[in-house]
Write a protein that binds this ligand. Structure first.
Ligand SMILES: NC(=O)c1ccc[n+]([C@@H]2O[C@H](COP(=O)([O-])OP(=O)(O)OC[C@H]3O[C@@H](n4cnc5c(N)ncnc54)[C@H](OP(=O)(O)O)[C@@H]3O)[C@@H](O)[C@H]2O)c1
Length: 377
């Protein structure tokens, strides 16, 4: 039987998820056509990608330097084009929000790696998706794991068990965290990722965002989402059903697998370039509770999640500013939590049910975060 060719719009092709998406596509060129490709500032790598994949339309920070066969389009125009079958949102921070909403309004299938947009606008994204019959596919490994566990299940979920590696500072003495360097924080024990998500994983803020992401993607209340430390990053998450049975998804930590799962869904594909688990080589698989006092960013993220309304928007904005300042060596690692806490304490909540409300809350929270950063010096 002749396989169909999916037409793709990939936003964020020069990032960690973007590269890995192209790696998978390279192996299955007869199954995909990259119609639209977008990146930010990495013009050099982007021009190689454009030369290789020959997209019809491109977008990058300097459109005079790289051009698709048929020219340029904005991210929103790309994600809502009638001929696109699957939109992959692999940008970081709030960049992917408007393109994702445009895709959803156009009724597209949207694979989301860009978790911040679900944290900031989960309610709008999921309600719009229902309204416009758009399908959202998760790329984040934990959510892909939950999604795979839920496949074929119709009964109620008792609990989602999200696993966290614990990051590079899991056993680090608390008192020494102020001295952590950018290089140390960018050294993740099990995953190789973009800079923002790597710092978010070191503070465990990432896991707080993932709880919010799971809440919206799987329509589950926060009290039924549990986080467990799993140092080996082999169990990517688990689902407990009402009868007490727990399903888990296990694989070698490699983002190409959840990316491939979203690209081919509902098919599973044999990809020889992905390593398999050899249980003779795995000495142990451990699960342990989180010490929330050790990870204030995670605690703050979960508090903001439970408060709801505009809190998650302020949370995301504060973290984006704080992580950027830390990466620029302008603040200490421990200042990240301090800045987020200040922003949340000063935040005046409102209902963020429209995109304009989200954008204005985001802008204000960024201003407060920048002020908090300078005041703390
Ligand atoms: N990396 C992982 O393993 C992983 C795992 C799970 C979830 N995630 C989530 O996936 C998202 C992407 O992560 P990542 O690690 O791939 O990030 P990354 O390496 O920083 O890549 C971000 C991508 O977005 C592009 N970009 C930034 N601003 C843009 C703009 N204004 N217009 C168009 N493109 C823009 C960047 O382009 P330039 O580089 O050209 O500037 C780059 O291609 C994040 O939300 C992260 O939390 C990542």
């Amino acid at each position: 039987m002749r396989k169909t060719i999916k037409k793709l719009a990939i936003l964020g092709s020069t990032g960690s998820i973007g590269y890995q998406t192209l790696e998978v596509i390279r192996l299955f060129r007869d199954r995909f056509e990259i119609t639209c490709l977008a990146a930010g500032n990495n013009i050099k790598d982007f021009s190689y990608q454009v030369a290789e994949f020959q997209p019809r339309f491109t977008f990058c920070s300097d459109n005079t330097k790289v051009k698709g066969k048929d020219g340029h389009l904005s991210l929103e125009e790309m994600s809502s084009r009638p001929d696109i079958d699957l939109v992959i949102i692999a940008t970081t921070g709030k960049t992917g929000l408007q393109p994702a909403l445009a895709a959803i309004q156009a009724g597209k299938t949207v694979a989301i790696a860009n978790k911040e947009i679900l944290v900031m606008a989960g309610e709008i994204i999921t309600s719009m998706a229902t309204q416009h019959k758009s399908t959202i596919l998760p790329i984040d490994s934990e959510h892909s794991a939950v999604w795979q566990c839920l496949r074929g299940e119709t009964s109620e979920i008792k609990r989602l068990l999200l696993t966290a590696s614990g990051g590079p500072f899991f056993s680090h003495p608390q008192s020494k965290l102020t001295d952590v360097t950018v290089k140390q924080a960018l050294t993740h024990p099990t995953w190789k990722m973009g800079k923002k998500v790597t710092i978010d994983s070191a503070t465990l803020f990432n896991k707080g965002m993932e709880a919010i992401e799971a809440h919206w993607l799987f329509n589950i209340p926060y009290e039924r989402i549990e986080i467990l430390i799993h140092r080996q990053s082999v169990i990517h998450s688990m689902v407990e059903f009402i009868d007490g049975s727990i399903k888990a998804q296990l694989s070698i930590p490699d983002m190409r697998l959840p990316i491939q799962y979203a690209l081919f869904y509902p098919e599973r594909i044999d990809n020889p370039s992905l390593s398999r688990i050899d249980f003779n080589m795995i000495r142990e698989l451990t699960l342990e509770p989180v010490n929330y006092d050790q990870f204030p960013c995670l605690k703050l993220a979960l508090e903001a999640a439970r408060k709801g309304a505009s809190y998650p928007v302020a949370l995301c904005a504060a973290d984006e500013i704080a992580v950027q300042l830390f990466l620029e060596n302008k603040i200490k690692f421990t200042d990240i939590a301090r800045i987020i806490e200040t922003v949340l304490n000063l935040h005046k909540p409102s209902q963020c049910s429209r995109l304009e409300d989200i954008l204005s809350t985001d802008a204000l929270a960024r201003e407060i975060a920048l002020k908090a950063a300078t005041e703390g010096q």
